[in-house]
Write a protein that binds this ligand. Structure first.
Ligand code: MG
Length: 381
């Protein structure tokens, strides 16, 4: 699907969007002269559905899949275009249909200043409850746009040192011993692995990985363990094998069991499915010792920054994660990565039809390109 297939919203012709996408370095460097109110115009939102093809069948405790639906967005202002993305894995309940429906109700043309981010995002939040991936797709495009207008990457606007970006994990899905061994060997460029667990071969999963590599690992159970005694036994087993932490070991509803586990576990217990938005963060105190922040859960970069600030005050560990996404949403999350303890930003590497270049992994570590906005460019087709 080509750029021209973006659904037109408002009075902007698709051709103008295409022109806007190609902001040259000169355009970007002259961005300061077109800061809001100077260049005039309104914000114009465009979007189109897209289907990500996964390189491998992706199996977690609750399901398997080979594709992930996403919606690609753009916001154009004064000839500059910011890109965004909504990714909708099945467990969050959003879909192509729901995201397109949400975006069709959003009227950004009422805004003439893209830097009024608080006002714009408060308006978007109020359009409909929920729909956080859809909201994230606007938030990310708005950050990309404003960063480009300022001529600066967001890590710099936030005052972050890109050299402090952590290593990122690579995810090994649940599979047979042979496939797990093969995937672990394929991931030899990574200095941290995320191992999916929660079916009936948990110990085999870690043992096979450990037979191939000594790199630090962490484990994501996706709510797959139901018995707290088994969970504690596994926590000890994993701790002895060099695991860093365990993500969402039990169903989020088993609050007391999780708090019991967190108190006894030698490893931090990190909330993923249990925690979506900033408003739920205070409720994690005493139950989990860390959180997994994802832009698609919380509504974007603005909310994620707030969550990181708040979680630090609560003395919680922070993992920044992603869904299967293009380099757009992954690079947006990567802008925040110098602030967190651990990163799991491999979603773009799990797909075969990425349409952007952005964040890269160099020697296992997140490398943030020194480019304005979220640091992405469209791949040349
Ligand atoms: Mg998880």
């Amino acid at each position: 699907m080509k750029k021209r297939d973006f659904i037109k919203i408002g009075g902007l012709a698709a051709g103008a969007i295409i022109a806007g996408c190609k902001a040259s370095p000169a355009d970007v460097s002259s961005g300061r002269s077109r800061v809001a109110g100077k260049g005039g115009g309104t914000l114009k939102l465009s979007y189109r559905p897209y289907e990500l093809q996964l390189r491998h069948v992706f199996t977690v405790a609750t399901n398997s899949r080979t594709t992930t639906p996403v919606v690609l967005t753009s916001i154009e202002y004064d000839g500059v275009t910011g890109f965004g993305e909504a990714s909708m894995p099945p467990y969050l309940g959003e879909s192509h249909e729901s995201v397109l429906n949400f975006l069709s109700k959003v009227d950004l043309e009422q805004f003439t200043d893209p830097f009024l981010m608080e006002d714009i995002l408060a308006y978007v939040e109020g359009v409909m409850p929920g729909n956080y991936a859809a909201k994230a797709s606007i938030d990310i495009a708005l950050h990309d746009l404003t960063g480009k207008l300022l001529g600066q990457p967001w890590f710099r606007i936030w005052g972050l040192d890109p050299r402090k970006a952590p290593v990122t994990s690579f995810t090994i899905g649940i599979d047979t011993a042979d496939v797990v061994r093969e995937k672990t060997l394929e991931a030899s460029a990574f200095r941290q692995l995320k191992i999916k667990m929660g079916r009936d071969n948990d110990k085999e999963m870690i043992d096979v990985v450990r037979s191939v590599t000594d790199v630090p690992v962490f484990v994501d159970v996706n709510q797959g363990w139901k018995d707290r005694n088994y969970a504690l036994e596994m926590a000890n087993y994993l701790s002895e094998r060099g695991a860093l932490f365990i993500e969402q070991p039990m169903p989020k509803e088993q609050v007391e069991d999780i708090a019991w586990l967190t108190e006894r576990s030698p490893l931090p217990i990190v909330a993923d499915e249990a925690l979506q938005t900033v408003s739920q963060l205070l409720g994690m105190r005493g139950i989990y010792s860390g959180i997994n922040i994802k832009l698609m859960k919380c509504g974007g970069m603005h909310a994620a920054y707030k969550m990181i600030t708040m979680a630090r005050q609560m003395d919680m560990k922070i993992l920044i994660g992603c869904m299967t996404e293009t380099s757009c949403a992954v690079s947006a999350a990567a802008q925040l990565s110098p602030l967190v303890d651990w990163a799991d930003l491999d979603g773009n590497l799990l797909i075969s039809n990425d349409i952007y270049d952005g964040m890269t992994v160099v020697d296992g570590k997140i490398f943030l390109p020194d480019m304005p906005g979220i640091g992405i460019t469209e791949k040349k087709s």
